[in-house]
Design a binder for this molecule. Structure first.
Ligand code: GDP
Length: 450
């Protein structure tokens, strides 16, 4: 199984980091193919917590190559902080490689993201305000600045100038606001133009990051081909998730890239024939961060219990996640869209003590129409209510379960129901944050490392 894609099957935060980290042990390369530092994976190793925003989860394995692919947008300051933080904790980052073609998040992207969200007011998307959306927009407009540009000061300066030009209007509005703020709180707002937008300073800063990151910059697509052609396992690690996909998710409440499995090819530079398996990571219930439709949302005690037991706060922003019942209508859609070969169910332990368990098997529109398939029309989805299948719950704490037989019969029935409904086998179940808290269902996959 040389090419394995791991994708989030819901609205993110499913625990992809833990799954990737576990499988990475038996792979030789791990590649992130989209998104930016709006993603966040938390991995717990021997009780020690690691949070990653940009670097692939496999970095904790010193002998693996971890690639930030061309499909990622990266903020060099954030990446540098992440590299330095890991080094301070004794993690060897020598295996990191960054695609020379990945696009850079610039200070003006961050400013425009924040200003854009503020302008939308109540209609805001709920972005993380890290500049990801404006960076992808520049990429599509052919105004993007790439990792390789940091290695050539002259080109970098020219490209920044070209990129800034069409943003003058929006940036002028920002500077008017800044002047107003300065009048209101002069002590907090220094005099003069916004230093973050100074062409000279920006160029210098990015050239300096270029020097620091140069040892890691590479032709990463070629590195992937070398591994795949030698029949070694490459894991393509998705960030965010299917229902946040720019094309297939709940637009406009989506991310600005494509987290679906198909995007692994574009974002890493490999062909569809290089992908052998797709695994979808699914939380045993449903969560969502930010705005957008969520037909199975719970705003009651059960939802609060899921937040508390599941520690449902974002890795990157710390925002509390919205919680609800597992949505099988959306999951079946995600399974087909990604052509999933296997499911990994995470956080099953969180459901202990909830009676009964529910899983959405259809939606009903405000006009009473029944939808067994995920509706393409946003108006239906926004007003849809979910209808449920009820299953008996379980009380036992699952943290110590290590085999299918250790799981209570009700938990096994719940898993079977999910797998049958979606039509995809479950290969692994996670029963706690630590890496050994897993139950393999059937055979462990035969991955080939270097
Ligand atoms: P990702 O972005 O999909 O990797 O997900 P996050 O890392 O943002 O969120 C998943 C959170 O759940 C992390 O804090 C994990 O440590 C934790 N986690 C992962 N698997 C399990 C599990 O099976 N049970 C519990 N209770 N926590 C888990």
């Amino acid at each position: 199984m040389p090419g394995l894609v791991i994708v989030g099957a819901q609205w993110g935060d499913e625990g992809k980091g833990k799954v990737t980290d576990l499988l990475a042990e038996r792979a030789s390369m791990i590649v992130r193919f989209q998104g930016g530092n709006n993603a966040g994976h938390t991995i717990v190793r021997d009780g020690e917590q690691f949070k990653f925003h940009l670097i692939p989860s496999g970095i904790l394995h010193p002998d693996k190559t971890c690639v930030i692919g061309n499909g990622v947008v990266l903020d060099p300051r954030v990446l540098w902080e992440e590299i330095s933080g890991l080094r301070r904790r004794g993690v060897d980052v020598a295996g990191l490689r960054i695609s020379a073609n990945a696009h850079l998040i610039m200070p003006y992207h961050v400013l425009l993201d924040t200003a854009g969200e503020a302008k939308l007011g109540k209609l805001s998307i709920g972005t993380t305000r890290r500049g990801i959306g404006p960076c992808y927009a520049d990429k599509a407009s052919r105004l993007g600045i790439r990792v390789q540009d940091m290695l050539d000061e002259k080109i970098l300066r020219k490209k920044i100038m070209a990129a800034l030009e069409p943003k003058q209007q929006a940036l002028r509005e920002l500077s008017v606001r800044r002047r107003k703020l300065r009048r209101e709180t002069p002590e907090e707002m220094p005099d003069g133009p916004d230093p973050r937008l100074d062409l000279h300073a920006m160029t210098e800063e990015y050239v300096s990051y270029g020097h620091r990151l140069e040892p890691y910059i590479a032709d990463t697509a070629r590195l992937c081909w070398e591994q795949l052609d030698a029949d070694r396992t490459v894991i393509f690690e998705g960030a965010q998730a299917t229902m946040l996909d720019l094309d297939h998710g709940t637009y406009p409440f989506v991310t600005s890239s494509n987290p679906v499995a198909g995007a692994a090819c574009v974002g890493a530079g490999v062909g569809p024939g290089d992908i052998d398996e797709v695994w979808g990571v699914v939380k045993a219930y449903q969560t969502r961060v930010g705005s957008g439709p969520f037909p199975t949302e719970l705003e009651d005690e059960t939802g609060a219990m899921m937040v508390e037991r599941g520690d449902e706060f974002g890795t990157t922003t710390g925002r509390q996640r919205r919680t609800g019942w597992l949505d099988l209508v959306a999951l079946r859609y995600a399974a087909r869209l990604n052509k999933m070969d296997a499911l990994v169910i995470t956080k099953l332990d969180v459901l202990a003590g909830i009676h009964p368990l529910r899983a959405a098997v259809r939606y009903r529109s405000s006009e009473g129409a029944v939808f067994e398939e995920f509706p393409y029309h946003q108006s239906i989805l926004h007003s849809a209510t979910a209808e449920y299948e009820e299953l008996p719950g379980f009380d036992a704490e699952l943290g110590d379960c290590r085999s299918e037989a250790d799981l209570p019969p009700e938990a096994r029935d719940y898993l079977r129901f999910v797998s049958d409904y979606v039509g995809v086998p479950i290969r692994m179940v996670s029963v706690g944050p630590d890496r050994d808290q897993v139950v393999w269902m059937g055979e462990k996959p035969a991955l080939r490392a270097a």
